[in-house]
Each structure stands twice: as structure tokens, then as C-alpha cells.
Write a protein that binds this ligand. Structure first.
Ligand SMILES: CC(=O)SCCNC(=O)CCNC(=O)[C@H](O)C(C)(C)COP(=O)(O)OP(=O)(O)OC[C@H]1O[C@@H](n2cnc3c(N)ncnc32)[C@H](O)[C@@H]1OP(=O)(O)O
Length: 427
């Protein structure tokens, strides 16, 4: 076949919704895209993946009937600054076969899905990005970051005689998956109402993360779960962790490591107690924290914070604003002020000039013809929305234009938050 004829065939790639009977092949394509070469999957594995996929808006790219691209999106809620749940179009399972890469297939799937999300009235879109450079071009900005620490327990200065929470009546119990499914969802709902950046979890999340959907392809190793109850008996925290169990130094000094899989706490007392608990397990000398907010309490709970070494730092939740007015009115602002934002959006979904009048009591955002104070791309607005990005820094980086002297400082005083946003989940 000539090069010209080959190019015409490539252009024939069709992007469309995936029919139910096509889902097993689509799921295999997703796995291949993430470098899992499943030639044949058991029915259980297909059922496992199917349960993670539905209900979703599932797109496939097909070349002569073969699935060469995958993409799905589903309804999610993201907690805005101040606690309001905001409806998002969560994007996941994005792959294009190495045989068909860099021919615009992702761009086609993304353009169609974002246009539908906008049409439906979703306020924003979200994703975790496999690689940093992929999604900025589509208007997504890195809205939350995460840090992982590894605690050298013997150097931490924590009291090795610790035997439980300080608060009288509070307690920590080791529980099993049934207890987690019983108490976890309600605890998490309280947590997500209180922390900006957290995304909603569905019922499947709790089944999947307590081993109820294990298959040979997706094996399960049971973790430990510790549940914290406050003085009133109410569940206020949960930590899931795994440990090694037979690591010894040359002179039989124990060398086990604990890895925290997830921690949810709705009170500072619960958070402090659960970290102290994990760092006080006999024979455990190092604790990997899992992905936490960069301003997490953990290092400063230790008498010697240097015992917590940063072992990872990365962008996490990416946000793409689809509706500027509703996104900016959904969140709260610490101060009072006005800024006019000129927002560029090459996809034509959210661009325009908007005037934000914010007070701690409420905010209004309206299209305007007033002179712009700040000129920015919708990607930058995504980075600012949860309060994490510094506008002054974006100006210094040349990404935001400051048209009125001092406007960046005004925007920072309005948008930034006293605690950084945190999204504990990857989806
Ligand atoms: C939310 C999630 O699911 S994240 C998971 C993302 N998936 C993966 O990482 C799996 C492995 N990678 C892939 O499957 C593919 O490479 C994808 C999906 C990332 C990209 O698909 P493609 O169809 O090749 O992207 P497409 O051709 O539409 O690229 C559009 C533009 O993005 C750029 N681009 C795409 N992927 C990357 C990348 N990984 N790094 C840098 N630039 C990229 C392209 O160069 C192109 O730029 P241009 O418009 O300036 O020419």
C-alpha cells in the first residue's frame, strides 16, 4: 500500500460510543494501553473491570473494527473551597494504541466528550494525568499536588511507650473489611464535605478497596484497618496500611516497613492519633505515608520533622473549568475584592471576560466588558480554582498577564486557601 493510501486508512478511524458487547475488547485495549498484556481475560476479570467502568460514557476509536483508542468519563463531585460539591465530568481510561499514536485520536475523543459535558451542564472536568504534558492543551490545569514522606521511626522522637489516643474515651480498634464497608462511606462523606479537592466515591470504590472484586488478574492482599472513635464513640478516622512482617537486621533488629494505603480523619485529634498509631507499631521502623497534601500534619507531628523524608512529590487532580460563572460562584473566598479575568480557551468552551466580586459571605461572577485586570488561559484558572496556585507566581512565570498593578495580589488574597487542597483518590 502506498503511503498516501495508508494515510487515508488511518484517517478512517472512527470514534464512537462503545456497545455493551464490545466492552470486553475495549477493556483489553485499556489494559494494553497501560502496559498490561492480557491476551485473554477471565470472565471474572471482565466483570471486575466492567464494574469499574459502568455507569460511564464510554468511547472507543475503531480502525477496521479493532479498538485502538479508549476513553471514558463519568459523573463525579469535587469539593469546592468552602465545602460545596460541584458536578464534574471525570475522565479516565484514556489510551491510544502505540500503533495509532500521535494522529489526533485522543484530541478527537477529548473534544467530543468535553463538548457533551458542557452541553449537559457539568461545571468542570477532572482527571489524574499519566504524564504531565498531555492535558494542558485541552485546558486542564494541575489543581492539587501530593507529597509522600517516609518516616524513620526510631529518629522521629515519638514516645515509644505510646499506648493509645490521649483523649479520654477515644479508642483505636483493628477492624476488618466488613467494618470498613459499614463505617467507611459515612465517614468519608463527612470528610469530603470538609476538605476542598476531595472527589466523591461510589459504592464500587468500597468493594474494590476492601478486596471484594479480586480476580487472578487483580489479586488482593488484605491490609490492616484501624478505626478511631472519639470520646463520644463516633467514628472519626480510619487508616488502611500494609506491613512487611519478617525483615530483620544482621543482629536481629527488626526492620519492618509499613505503607499507608489511605487515611481519612474528620478531626485533628483522629488524624494525630492515627499517625501516632502507625508510627508506634512494634517492629515497624519505617512508615511510608502514601500520597498526602503537601501541607499534611505528618512531619510536624514528629518531635523531629527531619525524620520524615520527602520520597515523592507530584501533580495529582487536574481541573478543566467548563462553566466559569458556576465554578467561581460555587466556592468561598477568604476576603473581599473584585477582579476582572480575561480567560482564553482555544476550545471555545469557557473563554470570555468575567468580573468576580467576592466577599466571605458570597460571590458573584458575571460576564463583563470592563477592562481586564488579569489575562489568563482556562488552564491557569483550573490551577487556581481550588486555591493552590499562586497567581503572583504565574505572573512571574509569564503565564498570567497582570494588566492592573496589584491585581495578582488581590486575586491571591481571594483565591488562595489557608490549607492546601487534597485529593486522596486516583480514578
Ligand atoms: C486520564 C487518563 O486516563 S491518563 C492516561 C493517559 N494514557 C496513557 O498514558 C497510556 C499511554 N499513552 C497513550 O495511550 C497515548 O499516548 C495518549 C492517550 C496519551 C495520547 O494519545 P494520542 O492519540 O497519541 O494523542 P494525540 O495524537 O491526540 O495528541 C494530541 C497532542 O498531544 C501531544 N501528546 C499526546 N500524548 C503526549 C505525551 N504523552 N506527552 C507529550 N505530548 C503528548 C501530541 O504530541 C499532540 O501534540 P500536537 O497537537 O502539538 O501535535
Amino acid at each position: 500500500m502506498s503511503d498516501v493510501a495508508e494515510a487515508a486508512v488511518v484517517d478512517d478511524v472512527e470514534v464512537r460510543a462503545v456497545a455493551d458487547e464490545e466492552l470486553p475488547a475495549w477493556l483489553r485495549a485499556v489494559q494494553a494501553g497501560f502496559l498490561n498484556p492480557f491476551a485473554a481475560m477471565s470472565d471474572d476479570a471482565v466483570a471486575h473491570l466492567r464494574s469499574r467502568t459502568a455507569p460511564a460514557r464510554t468511547l472507543g476509536a475503531y480502525d477496521r473494527g479493532r479498538c485502538v483508542g479508549t476513553y471514558r468519563s463519568f459523573r463525579q463531585e469535587v469539593t469546592a473551597v468552602g465545602g460545596a460539591p460541584v458536578v464534574a465530568n471525570a475522565v479516565s481510561g484514556v489510551t491510544v494504541a502505540p500503533t495509532h499514536r500521535r494522529r489526533g485520536i485522543l484530541s478527537r475523543m477529548m473534544a467530543g466528550d468535553l463538548a457533551e459535558a458542557k452541553e449537559r451542564g457539568d461545571v468542570l472536568a477532572t482527571l489524574n494525568s499519566a504524564e504531565y504534558p498531555i492535558y494542558g492543551r485541552y485546558g486542564f490545569g494541575a489543581a492539587t499536588w501530593v507529597t509522600e514522606w517516609t518516616v524513620d521511626v526510631p529518629r522521629s522522637g515519638l514516645d515509644p511507650r505510646w499506648s493509645g489516643p490521649e483523649e479520654s474515651g477515644a479508642r483505636i480498634d483493628l477492624v476488618d473489611g466488613d467494618d470498613v464497608r459499614k463505617h467507611g462511606p459515612e465517614l468519608f462523606e463527612r470528610f469530603r464535605a470538609a476538605r476542598h479537592g476531595v472527589v466523591s466515591r461510589d459504592e464500587e470504590w468500597w468493594l474494590r478497596n476492601t478486596g471484594m472484586q479480586a480476580t487472578p488478574e487483580f489479586p488482593w492482599q488484605e491490609p490492616f484497618y484501624a478505626l478511631y472513635r472519639g470520646p463520644s464513640g463516633q467514628v472519626e478516622g480510619l487508616v488502611a496500611y500494609r506491613t512487611t512482617n519478617n525483615e530483620w537486621g544482621p543482629s536481629r533488629l527488626p526492620r519492618n516497613a509499613a505503607t499507608v494505603l489511605g487515611i481519612t480523619a474528620v478531626t485533628p485529634a483522629a488524624e494525630r492519633a492515627l499517625w501516632h498509631y502507625v508510627c508506634a507499631i512494634d517492629k515497624v521502623v519505617s512508615v511510608r505515608s502514601g500520597w498526602l497534601a503537601p501541607d499534611d500534619l505528618l512531619p510536624h507531628l514528629l518531635p523531629d520533622p527531619r525524620a520524615a523524608t520527602v520520597t515523592g512529590h507530584a501533580d495529582w487532580l487536574w481541573v478543566r473549568i467548563l462553566d466559569v460563572v458556576r465554578a467561581l460562584e460555587a466556592r468561598t473566598y477568604a476576603g473581599s475584592g473584585t477582579v476582572v479575568l480575561e480567560i482564553g480557551d482555544s476550545a471555545g468552551l469557557a473563554g470570555g471576560r468575567y468580573r468576580l466580586d467576592a466577599t466571605p459571605q458570597g460571590a458573584s461572577c458575571v460576564p463583563t466588558t470592563a477592562t481586564a485586570d488579569l489575562v489568563l488561559d482556562v488552564r491557569e484558572l483550573g490551577e487556581m480554582w481550588l486555591g493552590d496556585a499562586s497567581v503572583a507566581r504565574a505572573v512571574a512565570l509569564g503565564r498570567v498577564g497582570e494588566e492592573r498593578t496589584g491585581a495578582a495580589a488581590v486575586a491571591d488574597a481571594l483565591f488562595r486557601t489557608s490549607r492546601r487542597p487534597w485529593c486522596p483518590d486516583m480514578f
